[in-house]
Design a protein around this ligand. Structure first.
Ligand SMILES: Cc1cc2nc3c(=O)[nH]c(=O)nc-3n(C[C@H](O)[C@H](O)[C@H](O)COP(=O)(O)OP(=O)(O)OC[C@H]3O[C@@H](n4cnc5c(N)ncnc54)[C@H](O)[C@@H]3O)c2cc1C
Length: 471
């Protein structure tokens, strides 16, 4: 019996395209990966990709070529496009742990030579100046309330409480704010990402798409060679956008900020039956009939057996994916920026707007900063309307994090466990904590047996609302 071999095909020795071919060739070659890789050159790898990946559509081969791409000084609005690719990984400059300088905003080139150019800049400056002015009074209030630890320096104390006031000041930062993000993605994801970006309505996003293509081409030339704008995306977005334009006002009448619009009524039964199926040998129908025959306490016992050993670092069994839930949510843009990072969900955000109103954190009022905050939010809304009349896409840049946004989200119970536990944790931002608790509460209402094992601290969404937001 040949010896088992497990080793690294190092990116220090081979290009990403060569690694992808070395793996792809194992499908038909009896040679070891080392031998295959040793026989490859960049040229041979390119020929292979031309034939198999591009020509015969064996596109998954491109997943073995992985790139790390750094994006600097891109708007937070454009970052939404970058981070919308489910199978990539990201780390972004945090609005919670860093402070923004007053010039750190993007000016969209759609406004070049436009009469609104000056006013856009003036409104951004107003927002950033108000953000900057808010830091000291809010910090002073948080420090006044904080208990200094023995021998704790001023600097250490500030570090410890910093997120409490920066978390609030960030409500003023608009989507034009510049940030950095690092992305790790394979060439298949990159190709799709470039196609989406080149088909985007915003010039900034299209230019970033071109730059990503140039960077990727230098490293994986064949694998992103045909990444181009997709007419399907361009035309569909255009036609759909035109067909709903008359109804847009209707869409903006928000009632409650939270609604479970749909869920699997048989979700509990399906999950329990799928678990029995996994460990048994019966057809699924039989497992389901058996679960149906159980009374409530027997079902609860089965659910206990499935979930009672979970500790907060465990991922529940995959069978929890057999129940899904759809929520129509309204959340502030700061919370959405975090929510969108959950890739195991299906999310449909609406465009950024000021028409749904904004949240006012309680700390703003308590620090006596409410008049300045409201004036800045009002100036953003006025600018938004002017920009909207010119170009609704561009208008999004001026919307601050405190304004509400609507998003449809669908996910399964496994992702719900992850989301609720991570985002209800005491170190999470209060805006997203409120959402996590309300989702958990609603899931507990519809599927109590399967949700009672979530590890959540002892808070409620109403308590968070009361503590952190003004009415
Ligand atoms: C306290 C805190 C601070 C944070 N600070 C920052 C920050 O400064 N900057 C920043 O950019 N983000 C920050 N984040 C966001 C964080 O990095 C995650 O992107 C975000 O919480 C989404 O979580 P997730 O990736 O676990 O979830 P999902 O994307 O919802 O994924 C669910 C689960 O699926 C699995 N999974 C999904 N995709 C992959 C993958 N590609 N590879 C392996 N496993 C995968 C993992 O088990 C994951 O937990 C912070 C989060 C928290 C809670």
């Amino acid at each position: 019996m040949p010896d088992r071999q497990i080793y690294l095909l190092s990116p220090k020795e081979h290009s990403p395209e060569t690694i992808a071919v070395a793996f792809a060739k194992t499908s038909r070659s009896p040679e070891s990966f080392r031998e295959i890789a040793a026989g490859l050159s960049d040229e041979k790898s390119a020929q292979f990709h031309e034939k198999w990946v591009v020509g015969f559509g064996h596109a998954s081969v491109a997943e073995h070529a992985v790139l790390h791409i750094a994006f600097e000084n891109v708007s937070r609005l454009a970052i939404e496009s970058i981070e919308s690719n489910r199978l990539a990984s990201y780390t972004e400059k945090s609005t919670r742990y860093q402070k923004w300088g007053t010039d750190n905003f993007f000016i969209p080139s759609e406004l070049d030579g436009h009469p609104l150019w000056n006013e856009f800049i003036a409104t951004c400056r107003h927002l950033f100046q108000t953000y900057s002015d808010s830091l000291n009074p809010l910090r002073a209030l948080v420090l006044q309330r904080a208990q200094r630890r023995e021998n704790e320096s001023e600097e250490a104390l500030d570090r410890r409480v910093r997120s409490q006031y920066v978390d609030v000041c960030r409500f003023l930062l608009p989507a034009a704010s510049l940030a950095n993000v690092g992305m790790t993605a394979n060439a298949r994801v990159l190709e799709n990402m470039i196609r989406k970006m080149l088909s985007h309505e915003l010039v900034e996003v299209r230019r970033i798409g071109e730059e990503v293509r140039a960077v990727a081409k230098a490293e994986v030339p064949t694998l992103v060679k045909y990444a181009d704008a997709a007419q399907y995306l361009v035309e569909t977005k255009k036609e759909m956008g035109e067909s709903i334009i008359g109804n847009r006002e209707l869409d903006h009448r928000a009632s409650d900020w939270f609604s479970l619009v749909d869920y699997d009524k048989d979700g509990e039964e399906k999950i329990l039956a799928a678990t029995l199926y996994r460990f048994g040998g019966m057809p699924f129908d039989e497992a389901r009939t058996y679960v149906k025959s159980l009374d409530e306490s027997q079902r609860a016992q089965l659910a206990d057996a499935l979930l009672k050993r979970l500790d907060e670092h465990d991922i529940p069994l995959r069978e929890l994916e057999y129940a899904t839930y759809t929520f129509d949510l309204v959340m502030d843009q700061g919370a959405y920026a975090e929510f969108k990072r959950h890739r195991m969900m299906t999310q449909t955000p609406q465009m950024l707007t000021t028409r749904l109103g904004y949240a006012t954190p309680r700390l703003i009022e308590e620090a006596g900063f409410r008049p300045e905050y409201e004036a800045a939010m009002k100036s953003a809304a006025e600018m938004y309307e002017k920009l909207y009349a010119f170009n609704p896409q561009v208008a999004q840049y001026i919307v601050p994090n405190g304004y509400y946004r609507r998003v449809l989200a669908q996910f399964n119970l496994r992702e719900a466990y992850h989301f609720c536990q991570l985002r209800a944790a005491s170190n999470a931002h209060f805006s997203i904590r409120r959402i996590a608790y309300r989702i958990a509460e609603e899931l507990n209402r519809v599927h109590p047996a399967l949700t009672r094992f979530m590890h959540l601290p002892d808070e409620t969404w109403q308590g968070i609302e009361e503590k952190y937001f003004t009415k």
